[in-house]
Structures are given as structure tokens and as C-alpha cells.
Design a protein around this ligand. Structure first.
Ligand SMILES: O=P(O)(O)OC[C@H]1O[C@H](O[C@H]2O[C@H](CO)[C@@H](O)[C@H](O)[C@H]2O)[C@H](O)[C@@H](O)[C@@H]1O
Length: 361
């Protein structure tokens, strides 16, 4: 199944990737258009093991309190034995030698702590100033499930790429600053724009159907929706999942994924945070470059698509933010946002020192 839409441009890396290879081109100075972003297989509640009884287990599994922490596990019990990105900092830096580092940062749970109220997931001033300094040295993108405007309001830094709605809404900075490659282009990219009326309709229906479930909330993320159950009593999860499933059965064009105590509803197009990463590299003129070192830091299941892209490309590294042992395509872990901040600060420090050495300042 294919659709006519705006899309990028990267060479398929494997048979699953059906994005057409096409040179970046500009329409109206800003938009990139190519036909045919394919639809992907629909995932519904049953795909999440949420059918017949086991779906509450799946909802429960998105709660760290039900899982073992990395530190409580012996290495052999933690199959991937991920090393800490802080412990491996020198190794990461050595691997990036002679390459252009490009930073990709998830927002919730990576730059800001997970909190009960999604509207109050503020990042600290210290984290903001760390990201500001980071972006002075490396092209930097925020990649989030939230809608782009909302994540921008939280981050408030103009010289970054922002990829909202799980990568379905990408905008480059107007004024990039000197750290961006000369070849980079200004882009706005929205591959799911035709789904806006449908998302609007489902938002209204789901808000209505869940309004009597105490603590449930539906967040409108423009090209996708988040149904939150962090504040819903566990004995109401069954009812909530039933409502979500009954609505989505009417919309075969929408699929469901699960994040951290949240159902993520999005169009069934083959577009995700991994594709967003590739798109941004392409718009920076770095997609086919061997000397690029993308670093993607994220905590969510949706970030796995980006980790996998890096693993498949054999470039850069994925860093999972988690205190919880889980299967991942990331190469390293950091435990929580404060560790993310330490890692980013070390990166800035290392970069400043190497510039000083180079220019003997
Ligand atoms: O891709 P991200 O930036 O990580 O966004 C994923 C979802 O994050 C938000 O929800 C999560 O964080 C909330 C605030 O800490 C928390 O209350 C919720 O339980 C988490 O799932 C955001 O509200 C969603 O819209 C994003 O899709």
C-alpha cells in the first residue's frame, strides 16, 4: 500500500526500507516532496500482547517498578551487558575521531524527568544551558513523540532541529550557526499531514470515551495521539484499553504502540524516529558520508527505531536512558537525565579542549 505524500530521500538499507532514493529537492524553498511513503503493517492492541488478559501485563511492564533495575542484575542476567556511556566516554570519543558528530536527543525521560503530569515535564535550566552549549559545537536535533511546538516550548532553544510527533514533523533551524555543514538545507517535512483530520476526529472520540476514567488523558500531538494511563488506577486499565481498542478498530489507517505508561496512536505510514534521523542527516548533507558519527540518546521503545538505524548503518552509537534491564539496539546506557547531562557536558568539555589544542588558544 502506498500513498502520495511529502517525504525524504534516503537509500534503502534493507528490504524493509521502501523509502525511495531521491535527491533532496526544494519546493517553495522549504518543502521536500517525493511520492509514495508506504503504509506499514498495522499494530493494534493484540500486537502488544494486550489481548485477552495479557494486555494489563503489557501496561504493567511499562512501569519500572515492576522490573529489575540494571544495577540489581548480575551481568549474566542482563543479556546485552550494556556498558555505561560515561564509563566508555573515551572509547566513544576515540571512535568519533575525524568524524562529524551529530547529536539526536529524545525529550521526555532523556532531557526531562518522567513526571505524572505531561504538561509539567520541564527540563532544568542546567540541562537547557548544557544543550545550548552542545549545539554550539555539534548539529543537534530534538526528536520527540510530542508535537513540535510543544517540545519547542519546553526546550526553548532556536538553533536546533526539532522532529516532533515521533519524527513526522521536522523543522530545521532558521539560523543554524556556524557548526552546521555548508551543504545543509533548510527543511520543513510533514509526511503525515493528510492524517490531521482523522487524528482530530479520533482525539475528540477518545477524549469523550475516556473522560469518566479517572486520571486518563488524551494528548494531541498533531500527527499522533498519546493516551496516558500513568495516573489511572490499575483496576481501570482494562476499561481504558477496551475503549482505546474499540475506537481504533474503526481506523485501520492508525496503529498503536506503547510507551512509558502511554498508548501512542499514529498513522500506519513507514515513518518513525529512525527515518527522522536519516532524513536529518540527509538534509545536513551527511547521509552518504562515511565520516559522520551520529549519537542518539533516548529512553523510549520508539527510540529503538533510531538505535536500529545506527546499528544497521554501523555508524555512531545509540545510548539507552534506563535504569531497567531491557532488550535494546542501543550500544550504551545512561541511567537518568542527570547522567545524560553529565555525558553531554563531558562532550562539550572534550570538544572545547580539543579546539584549544588545535588552535593553541
Ligand atoms: O519521544 P519523547 O519525547 O520521549 O515523548 C514520548 C511521550 O512522552 C510524554 O509522555 C511521557 O512523559 C510524561 C511526562 O514525564 C509522563 O507523564 C508519561 O507517562 C510518559 O509516557 C508525552 O506526554 C507524550 O506525548 C510523548 O509521546
Amino acid at each position: 500500500m502506498t500513498r502520495q505524500t511529502m517525504a525524504p530521500i534516503t537509500e534503502p538499507k534493507n528490504s524493509n526500507s521502501t523509502i525511495l532514493s531521491q535527491k533532496l529537492s526544494s519546493v517553495s524553498g522549504k518543502y521536500i516532496t517525493i511520492p509514495n511513503i508506504p503504509m506499514c503493517e498495522k499494530h493494534l492492541l493484540q500486537d502488544l500482547d494486550i489481548n485477552g488478559g495479557s494486555w494489563v501485563d503489557s501496561m504493567r511492564a511499562s512501569s519500572p517498578t515492576h522490573l529489575k533495575s540494571i544495577t540489581s542484575l548480575t551481568p549474566s542476567a542482563f543479556p546485552l551487558e550494556l556498558p555505561s556511556a560515561l564509563d566508555m566516554f573515551k572509547h566513544i570519543i576515540n571512535s568519533s575521531k575525524g568524524k562529524q558528530i551529530v547529536m539526536f536527543l529524545d525529550y521526555d525521560g532523556t532531557l526531562s524527568p518522567i513526571v505524572d503530569d505531561p504538561d509539567r515535564a520541564f527540563m532544568s535550566d542546567a540541562m537547557r544551558s548544557t544543550v545550548r552549549r552542545l549545539a554550539k559545537h555539534f548539529p543537534t536535533a530534538i526528536v520527540s513523540g510530542r508535537c513540535r511546538d510543544k517540545v519547542y516550548d519546553f526546550v526553548q532553544l532556536p538553533k536546533l532541529y526539532y522532529a516532533g510527533s515521533h519524527g513526522m514533523d521536522i523543522k530545521s533551524p532558521a539560523n543554524k550557526g556556524f557548526k552546521y555543514p555548508k551543504k545543509s538545507q533548510e527543511v520543513v517535512f510533514q509526511p503525515a499531514s493528510e492524517f490531521i483530520p482523522m487524528i482530530e476526529k479520533v482525539y475528540k472520540t477518545l477524549s469523550e470515551k475516556t473522560k469518566n476514567i479517572l486520571g486518563a488523558s488524551v494528548e494531541h500531538n498533531k500527527f499522533c495521539l498519546s493516551v496516558h494511563f500513568r495516573r489511572v488506577d490499575e483496576n481501570k486499565w482494562n476499561e481504558l484499553a477496551h475503549e482505546v481498542r474499540s475506537v481504533l478498530e474503526e481506523y485501520p489507517e492508525l496503529q498503536l504502540a506503547q510507551g512509558r505508561k502511554v498508548f501512542e496512536i499514529r498513522p500506519t505510514i513507514k515513518w518513525d524516529k529512525g527515518k527522522a534521523l536519516e532524513f536529518i542527516l540527509e538534509s545536513l548533507g551527511l547521509a552518504n558520508c562515511k565520516d559522520v558519527f551520529p549519537v542518539y540518546i533516548g529512553d523510549d521503545r520508539t527510540d529503538e527505531d533510531a538505535f536500529k538505524v545506527l546499528r544497521d548503518r554501523g555508524q555512531g552509537c545509540g545510548i539507552l536512558v534506563s535504569k531497567i534491564a531491557r532488550k535494546t539496539n542501543a550500544s550504551f546506557y545512561l541511567q537518568e537525565p542527570p547522567e545524560v547531562m553529565s555525558f553531554l557536558q563531558r562532550l562539550v568539555k572534550w570538544r572545547r579542549e580539543s579546539l584549544k589544542r588545535r588552535f593553541r588558544l
